[in-house]
Design a protein around this ligand. Sequence first.
Ligand code: KG4
Ligand code: ZN
Length: 319
Amino acid sequence: MNILGIETSCDETAAAVVSDGVRVRSHVVATSLKEHACFGGIIPEIASRRQIESIYLVVSRALREAKMTWGPIGAIAVTTKPGLIGSLLVGVAFARALAYATGKPLVEVDHIQAHWYACFLRKADDKSPLPQLPAVGLVVSGGHTSLFDIKDFNRVKLLGQTRDDAAGESFDKVARLLNLGYPGGPAIDRLAKEGVNQQIRFPRAQLENSYDFSFSGLKTAVLYYTRQHKNFSVPQVAYAFQDSVISVLTAKAIQACQRKKAKSLLVGGGVAANSALRLSLQQAARRHHISLHLPSMDFCLDNATMIAGLGYWFDVAHH
Ligand code: KG4
Ligand code: ZN
């Protein structure tokens, strides 16, 4: 069964066709990210305007690249939550109209769940084995930091989430503090490689006996450090900050895997593109005999393949 996925929860307008929940037939993403850079964060009004302009072109192109007309499409899957309301509305309205016009069923997909599902997507030439369940899902993006206990695709439990800033949000805020521009994740990732040190050590909010996260204290600690040390090294601060985020994410994800007897750890979201986090998770997973799954970079960021893929496993809604 071929599913057309549509994703418009933030600043990306994305559409994709995925077969049987796994095989990616097309993958199209338009983004207004650059237009928000000068504001230091996403401006919802700009994002939703660009969604309206892009949605028709992006969906048409996803069908064209999959070499499909409406005939072979079995259902339409769309992100319904969470996200910026104006942006979400564009995708949902478009998907509903398509479902009505074509008579295809509509499936509603949760954006955060779709991020860990990205580990199941396979491009045409990719024969790698699929992750085994039960699994633990770690979603680390600009808007979310969540841990899930995944028994199967219809039995997913939230174990914990951030109590304040999301991991990606903390990268963006610290990058802003260090004048590295927006989005901050890639810049900190790059700089941290030149700033490896043991002198600066920022707090790690472990929040004992909880799978919740907290990153706002860390952000404040970085702020105070930069105020108190006039000639601080930007790469060293970037490294110490990143190291603190990574050690908490790795420790909690591995702990959840052990307690839930998970066979696999599925990681998703924009921060999963972070090279040091990938390395840290790889090392920890190997030590604890857990099979780690990290999507390719383009499936870590917001996209519609993960929506079309996860949508395959759900009951269809009536439109
Ligand atoms: O998943 P995503 O595209 O959007 C949301 O759903 O939120 O993630 C965007 C976030 C941004 O906060 C960005 O700074 C972060 O992912 N990010 C990174 C890296 N690449 C993107 N964070 C750390 N290291 C990276 N290499
Ligand atoms: Zn996302």
